[in-house]
Write a protein that binds this ligand. Structure first.
Ligand SMILES: *Cc1c(COP(=O)(O)O)cnc(C)c1O
Length: 380
């Protein structure tokens, strides 16, 4: 049965070699722009590709401002600083995420609280957030505090898992009700839309990543998305050592960061953005083929985008019937040179986060035992 799947993947990827889960795809102006950087010597922290990459991303996502970062993890760190997260605050997020979300919270250092995801999105559940707040939180003078720990609950960071948008309207509403800042970890969801609007533009700050395995890559890189222009301008200042602009003086007015993406990476980003439409179409077609393939399968279900959303189908997902079936599927496919993998180990099960607060994580655990990612790169 799994053999048939392996053959199917080989057919759609037209390959008898190793098939990776995802791979960068360079088919446009990447080389040309990189050569431009080298020829002009603008490879580092100055250069026109940075501005251009921010402009393109701003207009593609419908943001008011976009600010580059050296990677998605420190873009998340910046996002928290920018909305005023302070030492010892609590941050509501999901256990079902890549480690970067929880790591960035720890840099403040703040405390992650791991709450359950929805069955139809695999992302943070607004109902779980509201239920947890009802039981654990109290509002005092326009701020929300945890009744048990006494700590302030300052922000909420949902993650659009594998590109599937969470229920944003409901999440925005519950965050507003409790005066909690919403930051979207949209690292996996460039090209994903919720009710027609790009993910990462609903919260106060949205974060994108251009790591090598993401939908498009800059080698390494991240982006901050803003609706508030002033906050975006301040983000630029903070990520560039908080230097006061002057022709020759070096004066800084804040503890800043050197988080600006080099021009050479932004050059790759500009070229990649030119092909984003094609890449997304190709990925959507792949998802469609998998969907057809698994349509009548009783024991393996293909995970589809939620009704309110358009997913970028960054990584395709199948759900096996239980943990044993998941292991058997992973073993067979990886033994046969078709790369597949389970979802990340849940954050609350890792040594560093073992003592963090959680809710019952019912859906989270259900997914952990069933999810397998299957090859999702661009078919050439
Ligand atoms: C990729 C990713 C990030 C950012 O990763 P970087 O490698 O630092 O760019 C953050 N959160 C999630 C959920 C991710 O998948």
């Amino acid at each position: 049965m799994y053999n048939e799947f392996v053959q199917f993947v080989r057919t759609i990827y037209n390959s008898s070699d190793f098939i990776p889960l995802h791979a960068p795809y360079f088919a446009g102006n990447e080389k040309k722009y990189l050569e431009e950087c080298i020829d002009t010597t603008f490879v580092s922290s100055v250069g026109e590709f940075v501005d251009r990459f921010e402009e393109i991303t701003k207009s593609y996502t419908g943001s008011t401002k976009a600010v580059v970062c050296v990677n998605g993890t420190n873009a998340l760190h910046m996002a928290m600083e920018l909305v005023g997260v302070k030492r010892d605050d609590e941050i509501l997020t999901q256990a079902l995420t890549f480690i970067a979300t929880a790591n960035a919270i720890s840099y403040i250092p703040a405390h992650p609280v791991f709450l359950d995801v929805d069955k139809d999105t695999m992302g943070l559940s607004p109902v779980a957030v509201e239920n947890w707040l009802k039981e654990n939180a109290e509002i005092r003078h326009g701020e929300t505090f945890n009744k048990k720990t006494g700590r302030r609950i300052k922000a909420c960071i949902p993650m659009h898992t594998f590109g599937f948008p969470v229920h944003l309207d409901e999440l925005v509403a519950v965050c507003e009700k409790y005066h909690i800042e919403l930051i979207e970890d949209a690292a996996e969801s460039l090209g994903s839309f919720y009710r027609g609007r790009h993910t990462g533009t609903f919260g106060k700050v949205g974060v994108l990543s251009y790591n090598g395995n993401k939908t498009i890559t800059t080698g390494g890189g991240g982006m901050l998305l803003f609706q508030d222009e002033k906050l975006g301008t301040y983000a630029k200042h903070l990520t560039t050592q908080a230097k006061v602009p002057h022709r020759w003086e070096f004066v800084h007015d804040h503890i800043g960061y050197n988080y600006r993406m080099p021009n050479i990476n932004a050059a790759l980003g500009c070229a990649q953005m030119e092909n984003l439409g094609m890449i997304l179409e190709n990925k959507r077609k792949t998802a469609q083929m998998y969907k057809e393939y698994f349509r009548d399968n009783e024991s393996i279900k293909f995970f589809e985008e939620p009704k309110t959303s358009k997913s970028n189908y960054w990584l395709n997902v199948v759900l096996l019937s239980d943990k044993n079936a998941q292991t058997a599927f992973l073993e067979y496919t990886n033994d046969h040179n078709v790369m597949t993998r389970p979802i990340w180990e849940l954050m609350n099960r890792l040594e560093m986060f073992r003592n963090c607060q959680t809710d019952d994580l019912t859906n989270t655990k259900w997914f952990a035992d069933r999810v397998v990612n299957i090859p999702s790169g661009v078919r050439v």
